[in-house]
Design a protein around this ligand. Structure first.
Ligand code: NAP
Length: 337
């Protein structure tokens, strides 16, 4: 069996990555030991953090040159020495970007679990997986919107943002407004995602349009991008508003950020909290219970953008930077067997 393993060849020189930033090694397929699984990778979830961790600047995890990429994936069990798993099972796991991998499920804790084969496999990396969970945590554990709130979500057509806006709508908040790049994405977010409005941040009149879309100001801002979008949102925040700082993709590369002026935050008594979804795994079962029901009834949607082939991993990362993706970006490594 051929087994390719993706490693980082160098720190990228610019925000977009190139094939030369990656080195794909041929490595042997390891024999699974006691309590281990050998799995074949089907889909790899690619999130904006994959680009941020290639920098030397601090991020959740920083990669050194030569290190393999690791991330969430859907895989199929080829050989099992672990209780509760048999060949053919589909699993959500955290593993190397490779054709095959070997690991002990017990050592991965909440990252490794069996999934039902009756739903689309990739949705377990998306609305029902880590990005959906991130949206759920940002709303339920951090921002806690009420029924009278206007909620604004940036990167609203992306994996986390699209889930966040839909979940805010389903919990009965007053108004949900997305921010996305381009008229087509904005239309999609409103028509398919059920947001009340969506504003194009690339439009020169973005600030005016956002103000019009939020006639009563903004109570909750679900922050995914930072940069200029953040600077346009802040003046519209209402007193006692909450900001859930999920991520700042506009700042993962070369854009210099001068940060917010904090005085308005004091005067408006805003609550601003950064969070990492993986600190909240105790809520994962509750999240799955709620969202799977909505997904099965068609109320909660989860689009997926697919780049085929492990060798095209740079394209998958660039898709998040250019905004080519709609919903969750994944790499399809293989078909299920
Ligand atoms: N805190 C956590 O635990 C956690 C977990 C997962 C992800 N995150 C964060 O959540 C955010 C979304 O991640 P994701 O994986 O779901 O990615 P995503 O939203 O699916 O894709 C990123 C989107 O960001 C937008 N974008 C890119 N550059 C931009 C810029 N300069 N200004 C404005 N928008 C820009 C693009 O959409 P447009 O076409 O609309 O520009 C792109 O589609 C990221 O900041 C990520 O780091 C945080």
């Amino acid at each position: 069996m051929n087994n390719r393993l993706v490693t980082m060849a160098r720190h990228p020189a610019q925000l977009t990555v190139s094939a030369e930033d990656f080195q794909i090694l041929e490595v042997p397929v390891a024999e699974p030991g006691e309590r281990e699984l050998l799995v074949k990778t089907i889909y790899i979830g690619v999130d904006a953090g994959c680009r941020a961790m290639m920098n030397e600047d601090p991020y959740v995890v920083n990669m050194a040159v030569g290190h393999p990429f690791v991330g969430t994936q859907i895989a199929q069990v080829v050989q099992s020495n672990a209780d509760g798993f048999v060949p053919g099972d589909f699993v959500h796991t955290l593993s190397t970007w490779s054709d095959f991998s070997v690991f002990k499920p017990a050592e991965l804790g909440p990252w490794c679990y069996k999934i039902d084969g009756d739903l689309s496999l990739a949705v377990h990396l998306a609305g029902l997986g880590f990005t959906g969970f991130t949206a759920w945590v940002g709303l339920n554990e951090i921002a806690r919107p009420t029924q009278s709130d206007t909620v604004v979500v940036s990167a609203a057509a992306g994996a986390v943002g699209y889930a966040a806006g839909q979940l805010a709508r389903m919990t009965g908040t007053k108004r949900v407004v997305g921010i996305a790049g381009g008229a087509n994405k904005c239309q999609y977010v409103v028509e398919e995602g059920g947001f009340d409005a969506c504003v194009d941040y690339k439009d020169p009149a973005f600030a005016d349009h956002l103000k019009t879309a939020c006639p009563e100001g903004i109570d909750v801002y679900f922050e995914n991008v930072g940069g200029k979008v953040q600077q346009t949102v802040l003046p519209l925040m209402n007193d006692f508003g909450r900001i859930a700082l999920c991520g700042q993709i506009a700042q993962y590369g070369d854009e210099v950020s001068h940060g917010p002026n904090w005085l308005p935050l004091t005067l408006k008594r805003l609550k601003v909290q950064g969070f990492l979804a993986n600190d909240h795994f105790e809520c994962f079962a509750q999240f799955r219970g709620e969202t799977e029901k909505w997904f099965r009834s068609g109320d909660y949607k989860s689009p997926v953008s697919i780049v085929k082939g492990l060798e095209n991993c740079h394209e998958a990362i660039n898709s998040l930077i250019s905004g080519k993706n709609l919903g969750r970006q994944v790499i399809q490594v293989a078909e299920a067997y």
